[in-house]
Each structure stands twice: as structure tokens, then as C-alpha cells.
Unconditional design. Structure first.
Length: 451
């Protein structure tokens, strides 16, 4: 199907005009590559709850929620009110605020593994601080991370995020593959890549670097790998390995914290030493946070005579993000988490039904309030299984474009949904019906992948 150059121009002539200006001042016309779409991205004008209106007046249902960061949808009145009050008082000072302390108290009480917390401005920064704190605490240089996992843009954290059959190497010893041209070799040497959820191979790989690994970084529900959870046995194996080898087990819960009241870590017997968070904990504003054991977090304590990790950030713990985050997380209480997860499960069941009716080889993975569609009959369990070739990506893109342009539905471009508490059964029905139409549309193309 021609995904409507014509329709797109009619609906979004205004976006085209803005994009023409944008390419003159921004590389590729964008400030985040995620939002780029061909031939040009659409521009938002306003949003309320689960609906975003674009600059041409088209209203769409939002299942992406700014890449999983808006747990209560857009422009929540309680957050607007709290933030507006703070705006009158000032937005950032070279002083602490009580807002920061109140929010730290709230988050610390949310998960048993959180004894101390420190705020920063993004998930990337939280993961970076987690890795640096691990090195500072253990005195060791290397980190281990999963092939295919996205942890933001810190040099070490992004290695092998985009590993492909061309460069990923032997599964028993996956290559450390740079994402960015010019990444120094020294960085590749200090990142050990393991295959997520593959206990035996991972332990083997870790053993080969046993005396040098500061931390094993785990996203317990890694979106880019395939959005399936770490198995109990995988977490247990890593926990035991780290205890035996004086290393830390650290979780990136930037996305997965939404899964339960205490994050995805609530699902496991063994808890991380440190946890990086961001996204939903900002209530719609930029934030990052690192929480964990006091003894480890102490590496950042300025009262120490030997300060191992002097950590700072100009806008860290600014009162706007602190207040918005506190209000959002107060509202995302145990009952709200359960309700949201239940609605998401209903959506998954309805989509399973659409898959059956359309008779397409598609599967769903996910956890809590998020899920992802795969053009595979059987849900994948490993990164290399979930890996999408260019042909698969093209078909998924066609589906995403169809939903966006024809059905006015926004999903994350990996064909994932990240739910918000503002969604209701009405939007879920719309999603499963739109997907049914979309599945029928792409069905002829799917035959090529399942022979
Ligand atoms: C699991 C994970 N970690 C870290 C990050 C980086 O967060 P930010 O974009 O706030 O830097 C992301 C962003 O999508 C993420 O998905």
C-alpha cells in the first residue's frame, strides 16, 4: 500500500512547512532521532489525557506516552497545579529545596532495595552514574551488559545495543560492537557482552572476566531486546555470581519501574545493589535517579574525606521535576499500578483475538503496563531470536504508519505500547480494532517470513 504521500500532505501541510524550517537549523530537522519519520515528522500542538492534537488539528490516541515516560498521560491537572505553583517561586537555585527531600523520602519508601537516592536529569545520566558508582565502589574497570539492551547514550552503556548478524559474532562470546563511529577501543575492551536470559553462556563469559567486572547491568524487562522479562533463574544466577566475585548486580529500571509498585525488581527474590530510574518518576519533566545501598551510594557523599565519585548536575533535583514526579508517583499507588496492569492485560487479550481473526503469525511479549508485537508466530525469548531484519522492520513500519495516518493511533516505533492511567476500555477497543485492520493489511507480506 502507498502510505499516502497525498493524504499526508493534505493532513499535515503545516508540519511539512515547519520541517522545511527545521532542517535548516537542526541536523535532520530533529533533536531526537526517535521522532523522525519519512518524509517528515508531524508536529504536536497540544495534548490532554491520552490524546495528542497535531498542528493540523488531527487528534490521535497516544499509546507511546513520550516513550513510556507519562504514566498519567498529558497535562494532568494535579501535576499542572503543583508545577504552576512552583514556577512562581523559582525553578532552579544554587541551593537544595525541600521538594527534593520530600520526593526522595517518597521514593525510598517504595522499594526495599532503596536506602539512599540521588537525582539527576535523564535516564542516560542515571545509568552513567550507576556504572561510575559501581567502579568507584569496587575499584574494578569493566562492566557487563546484555547484547541488544538500550541503556541510554553513555559510551560504555550503549555498546552492542544495535548488534546485528553482520557483527555480533559467536553467541558464546558476543562481540562488543560500537554504536557510534569513533568509539575508542579502550571502551570496547572494558564492556563484556552477555546474552540476556542465557544463564550458562552468561556465567561462562562473566567467569572469563571475573576479577575485573565492577557490575553486571540488567534491565529486567529490556524493551529493545524484545520486551520480555528476565527469568528468575537468570536473576538468581547473576546475583550469586556477583556475590561470589565481589561485583554488583545493578538494574536499569528507567522503563521497567512502572511494572510494579516497587518496579520490576518486585518480581524477583534477589534485589539489585543499585537501581537507575527516570521517565515516569519525572511526572512529565526531565529527571533521572540512582537508588540503592547506603554503603555504595556513600561514594558520592561529599562529607567523605576520600570522595570517590564527586557527582553533580546543574539542574539535578530541580524543584519543578521533583514536585511533578512526587505528585505523579503519589497518584501511581499500589491500586493504580494494579488497575493499569489489568487494563493492559485486557488489551493484550483483545489483540491476541485480533491476531487470531486476522490469522497472522504475530506474537506479543511484555510485562505490567507495556507490550510489544513481534512478527513471529512464537514469542521470542532471546535477543537474537527477536532481532528484526530490514524486511521485518519495513513491514512493521508500514503497520505503524497505517495506525498513525489512517487510524490516528500512536504506538512506539518498535510496535510497542506503553500504557498510561488515562487510557480506558474505549481506547483499548479502538486499538484492537485498528490493529485487526492493520494485520489484515500486512498479512500478504508476512508469508515471506514464516517459510
Ligand atoms: C532502559 C533505558 N535506559 C536508559 C534510557 C535513557 O533514558 P533517557 O532517554 O532519559 O536518557 C532509556 C531511554 O529510552 C531506556 O529505555
Amino acid at each position: 500500500m502507498k502510505l499516502d504521500q497525498k493524504g499526508q500532505k493534505e493532513e499535515c501541510g503545516t508540519s511539512k512547512l515547519i520541517f522545511d524550517r527545521a532542517v535548516k537549523v537542526l541536523p535532520g530537522g530533529v533533536s531526537r532521532n526517535t521522532i523522525y519519520r519519512k518524509p517528515y515528522p508531524y508536529y504536536a500542538s497540544s495534548a490532554k489525557g491520552s490524546y495528542i492534537r497535531d498542528i493540523s488539528g488531527v487528534n490521535r490516541v497516544d499509546f507511546a506516552n513520550n516513550m513510556a515516560s507519562l504514566i498519567h498521560g498529558h497535562s494532568h491537572p494535579a501535576i499542572i497545579s503543583g508545577v504552576s505553583e512552583q514556577l512562581q517561586k523559582g525553578t532552579a537555585f544554587t541551593m537544595g529545596t525541600e521538594a527534593e527531600v520530600a520526593y526522595a523520602e517518597l521514593l525510598i519508601n517504595r522499594a526495599p532495595s532503596f536506602e539512599k537516592i540521588r537525582f539527576m536529569n535523564s535516564g542516560s545520566e542515571a545509568v552513567m552514574t550507576m556504572i561510575k558508582a559501581s567502579r568507584a565502589y569496587t575499584g574494578k574497570p569493566k562492566i557487563a551488559k546484555a547484547e541488544g539492551a538500550y541503556h541510554g547514550t553513555y559510551d560504555y552503556a550503549e555498546i552492542s545495543q544495535t548488534s546485528s548478524p553482520k557483527n555480533w559474532g559467536d553467541i558464546n562470546q558476543p562481540n562488543a560492537v560500537p554504536v557510534v563511529q569513533g568509539t575508542p577501543k579502550g571502551i570496547l575492551d572494558d564492556v563484556v557482552i552477555y546474552p540476556f536470559n542465557d544463564v550458562e553462556r552468561t556465567l561462562n563469559i562473566l567467569d572469563q572476566n571475573a576479577d575485573q567486572i565492577a557490575c553486571v547491568v540488567i534491565d529486567p524487562v529490556p524493551h529493545r531486546i524484545g520486551l520480555f522479562p528476565a527469568t528468575d533463574s537468570f536473576i538468581e544466577a547473576i546475583y550469586n555470581w556477583t556475590r561470589k566475585n565481589s561485583a554488583l548486580m545493578v538494574f536499569d529500571e528507567v522503563v521497567s519501574f512502572r511494572v510494579n509498585y516497587s518496579g520490576a525488581q518486585q518480581n524477583y527474590d534477589h534485589k539489585p545493589d543499585l537501581t537507575a530510574m527516570a521517565k515516569i518518576i519525572g511526572g512529565g519533566f526531565p529527571i533521572g535517579a540512582l537508588a540503592g545501598k547506603s554503603e555504595i551510594m556513600q561514594v558520592m557523599d561529599p562529607r567523605q574525606t576520600f570522595l570517590r565519585h564527586p557527582q553533580s548536575g546543574t539542574f539535578s533535583a530541580n524543584p519543578v521535576s521533583s514536585i511533578a514526579g512526587r505528585i505523579a508517583m503519589e497518584m501511581f499507588d499500589e491500586q493504580a499500578v494494579l488497575n493499569l496492569n489489568a487494563l493492559t492485560m485486557t488489551a493484550r487479550k483483545q489483540i491476541e483475538e485480533s491476531i487470531k481473526i486476522a490469522d497472522v503469525p504475530i506474537s506479543i511479549t511484555g510485562e505490567g503496563s507495556m507490550f510489544r508485537l513481534h512478527l513471529l508466530e512464537k514469542a521470542p525469548l532471546y535477543y537474537r531470536e527477536a532481532y528484526e531484519s530490514k524486511q521485518v522492520k519495513d513491514v512493521l513500519k508500514e503497520l505503524i504508519d497505517y495506525l498513525f495516518i489512517k487510524e490516528n493511533i500512536i504506538m512506539v516505533n518498535t510496535c510497542s505500547c506503553m500504557f498510561a492511567t488515562t487510557l480506558t476500555q474505549k481506547e483499548v477497543d479502538r486499538l484492537s480494532e485498528a490493529l485487526l485492520n492493520g494485520f489484515k493489511l500486512i498479512r500478504p507480506k508476512l508469508e515471506q517470513f514464516n517459510h
